[in-house]
Design a protein around this ligand. Sequence first.
Ligand SMILES: [Fe+2]
Length: 211
Amino acid sequence: MKRRSVTRRRALAGLACAGAMATPAMARAAGPALLGYPSSGPAAGRGLGLVPPLSCTPGTRPLTAGPFYTPQTPRRTSLREPGTAGEPLVFEGLVLASDCRPLAGAVIDIWHSDERGRYDNAGFRYRGHQYTDAAGAFMFETIRPVRYSGRTPHIHVKVQGEATRPLTTQVYFPDMAEANARDRIFRDDLVMRLERSGEGWRGRFDFVLEP
Ligand SMILES: [Fe+2]
């Protein structure tokens, strides 16, 4: 029964992709698949007003995907689950080329543990993908993941632009210095900028992709 449910969820995720294909932007061309998702063109403007950095080299450091990646996630902005005890987090940023040019229509797929340090390996809790807007911006509403089995809290990311190689990496939190220092995979150039925002947090990280 559980397997059937998972299959249905995957099928629904596929339908979400099919929905993306039907947008006018998609009608312009059947571009290359990005991370296994159809190329759809830019998402609707997110209005985040994020200013690109002055320098974008070198490209963002790749890191292992680890054992918990699931492909073909739902296309969505909010990963929050009803009734979660997790601390709300808005995770936003830009996807840029190495000359700081925004990459519109890039796919960004994220996954992370829940408020108890567990991954959903049967379904899609705290998993989702979206396309950057014309400014290269992405934004997920989610929660702060917590540490698990020796890992400092992190968000896994796969991101690919229409003319770039895929990048797989992980993004970290600046206020977890002690746990970060004990984590063998952690790299300090992958720490997001983080600030308090209302009842939760707002974190920003810009990804720079190699051609
Ligand atoms: Fe992980």
